[in-house]
Design a protein around this ligand. Structure first.
Ligand code: SF4
Ligand code: MG
Length: 465
């Protein structure tokens, strides 16, 4: 998901709509915006579909007045997949000291247990979303102000959370102690912005100030500026390395690094680790493109646009049902036959999850007359599900959970298949010494099976680490 908020600018909701539009790659199912104005109180709008199809209408935006606003774009990882508007964030709660709205990116790993406990004690849940727990935990806190109630609530929550929240006067941002999901601070005129990624600061002309640190809470007012605190016990950070590989936009800066540069460097590492003789390097667009550019540069094999993407389709993976996903590949990608014919082609993609995409693409490339197809993958084999906010399927459906690299190669029917090593990925992400096995610098659980936070709910459901 993507979260965004601004304080201290006129018609803040318009800025939030723009920010969410720039974060649309983080979630395409639905979006929501809450705003506050002293004479109009809290207002909210939650809609299915793209930001641009909803939050551009003047009649809707007029209902969201004020200088303080937050928003969310949703991609369901927890809660029901069946589309329900009640699952669309931000969530809102009314407390004795006033209202508050929250938008959450990440996944709460003890949400089932918390929900059971809260329901037993009288909470009335409105949604199936894990994020709603935060509001109910806040309601039960005895603290006198909303930021302190949020601290109380979030100390009970396990897993990954980057939260943007608002009260009548304050914009609040928090990252979980491991800093699994991103969150950045920006300055716009006399106001401030919080965003999942820097690309959304760029779109509103805000200046990137800094990242919110893992375990940090910032409370921001238009007049008073940014107050920072660290409500959690400090821990070494474990930022999601898959944000670098796939999830974030390449024009964002995360962890002080350009996502594009990391991806390009992954391609360089891949070319060193798994070279192959070929005539052409192609990307599976868009997420494979920077790595393919790096691969071509390092190998000296020319880069070409062998697969063309229809810009008007969304990300296939994020379409929640299997059926749509199966069709999605052909709706979205087409082969540039004139370029491919007769060539030995290296195809660079970001990841192999179920293998559906890779199989379809291989067929398309061979149909177009390619002589050979070699897959190079910009992440290690995805052998474990993510419980921290990226929607990987159950373990059984992950190709790499049941097959070796050779078996996957056979299954996909390609001439060769190689994944970047975990160390190579870390080097590309700026860790010159590679992965520190004793204390990994990133979360890489979907590749290594080493979960930095115990997925309590899943273990209860029988998941074996
Ligand atoms: Fe990111 Fe993978 Fe960790 Fe999930 S399991 S947070 S996708 S690195
Ligand atoms: Mg892809």
């Amino acid at each position: 998901c993507g979260v965004f908020g601004v304080v201290g600018v006129t018609d803040a909701a318009n800025f939030v709509a723009l920010g969410l539009h720039a974060l649309q790659h983080r979630g395409q199912e639905a979006g929501g915006i809450v705003s506050y104005a002293p004479d109009a109180g809290f207002n909210s709008a939650r809609r299915f579909g793209y930001v641009r199809d909803n939050f551009t209408k003047q009649s809707l935006m007029e209902t969201l007045p004020g200088a303080l606003s937050i928003g969310h774009v949703r991609y369901s990882t927890a809660g029901s997949k069946a589309a329900a508007i009640r699952d669309v964030q931000p969530f809102f709660g009314e407390f004795s000291m006033g209202g508050a709205a929250i938008a959450h990116n990440g996944n709460i790993t003890n949400a089932d247990a918390l929900r059971r406990e809260l329901i037993e004690r009288g909470s009335i849940f409105q949604s199936s979303s894990d994020s709603e727990c935060i509001i109910h935990l806040m309601a039960r806190s005895l603290q006198r102000n909303i930021p302190s109630r949020m601290e109380d609530a979030l100390r009970r929550v396990e897993g990954a959370f980057s939260v943007v929240a608002m009260t009548r006067t304050k914009l609040i941002g928090v990252r979980d102690p491991l800093g699994v999901r991103p969150l950045v601070l920006g300055k716009i005129g006399d106001g401030w912005a919080l965003s999942s990624e820097t690309c959304a600061l760029d779109i509103i002309g805000a200046e990137f100030v800094r990242e919110i640190e893992p375990g940090e809470m910032v409370v921001i007012t238009a007049e008073g500026g940014v107050e920072s605190s660290h409500p959690f016990r400090p821990q070494p950070s474990r930022f999601c390395i898959f944000e670098h590989v796939y999830f974030s936009r390449p024009d964002s800066i995360i962890g002080g690094r350009s996502v594009y540069e990391t991806r390009r460097q992954i391609g360089v590492e891949l070319a060193r680790e798994a070279p192959v003789e070929a005539d052409l390097v192609c990307a599976v667009p868009d997420s494979g493109t920077p790595a393919a550019i790096g691969f071509a540069h390092e190998s000296g094999i020319p880069f070409g646009m062998g697969i063309i993407r229809n810009q008007y389709m969304g990300r296939t993976f994020i379409e929640p049902t299997e059926q749509i996903r199966n069709m999605g590949v052909r709706l979205k990608l087409n082969v540039n036959r004139a370029l491919i014919r007769g060539k030995r082609v290296i195809l660079v993609d970001d990841s192999v999850v179920r293998g559906t995409t890779s199989r379809k693409i291989k067929e398309m490339i061979l149909d177009a007359g390619a002589a050979e197809v070699h897959f190079r993958i910009a992440s290690p084999p995805t052998a474990w599900p993510c419980f921290y906010g990226v929607d990987t399927p159950q373990r059984e459906k992950l190709l790499a959970a049941t097959m070796s690299e050779d078996e996957m190669c056979q299954h996909l029917g390609v001439d060769s298949l190689k994944f970047i090593s975990l160390d190579g990925l870390y080097r590309a992400a700026g860790e010159a010494e590679g992965r520190n096995a004793k204390c990994p610098q990133y979360c890489d659980a979907c590749f290594s099976g080493e979960y930095p936070v115990k997925p309590a709910d899943m273990i209860e459901k029988g998941f074996q680490m």
